[in-house]
Design a binder for this molecule. Structure first.
Ligand SMILES: Nc1ncnc2c1ncn2[C@@H]1O[C@H](COP(=O)(O)OP(=O)(O)OP(=O)(O)O)[C@@H](O)[C@H]1O
Length: 250
């Protein structure tokens, strides 16, 4: 479980986050949504320690991450898997080497053990046999799946995903969402996803927080979102004619 308490973050005079609190539970897809520039990525970075909050605290299973120094954070960091927007694979490494990278960095496993884990993860994301390919030889969806395989290679308790659907066609997007959803449930991972994608919101949004004007404006599930009377959330989620028509049928 991850708890964030009263998170503020400013860049100079620009106060982006203004006191955000939330609880992210294991086995759930916790989605952070909001308009462009609303601070979604900033919040994600504050949680994982890529930004230090100006004020407020982040707890990983009751451990106060914010108060820890770099060394103290290492055991928690090794339990965090991350998937960034562009998949962030190393172009000069093969698929297999990319997946083994965190294992090389953080574990004392033998080469055989690391290979076995890489093969397991590759199979788990339906990419068996692609070990020796380079990222340039993969489609966008395959790159995301390799990114996911790398993110789960260390058997993370916490998974952070920034825009998993960016650059993917709708069908591939849904497959990636389903994969994240399956892994989250199967391994009881606390998954936090920043997304713009309304299919993801409606499809896998177990728990959603909507950011607006630097604050947590609304919180609930995908079932609740369809019936909300929160104006700003409605304007955001049901901005398109298609989504309004879909809502009317719910
Ligand atoms: N490192 C930084 N230095 C200065 N300002 C920053 C930095 N990172 C983010 N910001 C500012 O914080 C605000 C929120 O940015 P952020 O990327 O968190 O928004 P977002 O909701 O993720 O946006 P998008 O959906 O467009 O990716 C923006 O005004 C941005 O300019």
């Amino acid at each position: 479980m991850i708890e964030i308490k009263d998170i503020y973050k400013s860049f100079g005079d620009n106060e982006v986050l203004k006191g955000i609190s939330a609880l992210f539970k294991p086995g759930k897809n916790n989605l952070i949504i909001g308009g462009s520039g609303s601070g979604k990525t900033t919040l994600l970075k504050c949680i994982v320690g890529l930004h230090e909050p100006t004020k407020g605290q982040v707890f990983f299973d009751s451990e106060n991450f914010t108060e820890m120094d770099f060394e103290q954070r290492v055991p928690i960091r090794t339990q965090i898997g991350m998937l960034f927007q562009n998949s962030a694979l190393f172009d000069s490494m093969t698929v297999e080497e990319n997946i083994m990278f965190p294992l090389n960095l953080f574990t004392n496993k033998t080469k055989e053990e690391k290979l076995e884990r890489a093969n397991f993860c590759l199979e788990r994301v339906n990419l068996k046999g692609t070990n020796k390919l380079f990222p340039s030889e993969l489609s966008g969806g395959m790159k995301k799946r390799v990114g996911i395989a790398r993110a789960i290679s260390m058997q993370p308790k916490y998974l952070f995903v920034d825009e998993p659907n960016s650059g993917l066609d709708p069908k591939t997007s849904i497959l990636i969402d389903e994969l994240i959803n399956e892994l989250t449930e199967e391994y009881q991972i606390t998954t936090v996803i920043v997304t713009h994608d309304m299919n993801s919101v409606m499809g896998i949004g177990d728990h959603i927080i909507f950011l607006h004007q630097g604050k947590k404006w609304w919180e609930g599930s995908n079932h609740e979102i369809a019936h909300t009377d929160n104006k700003e959330l409605n304007d955001f989620v049901f901005a398109s004619k298609f989504m309004r028509a879909a809502k009317a049928k719910l």
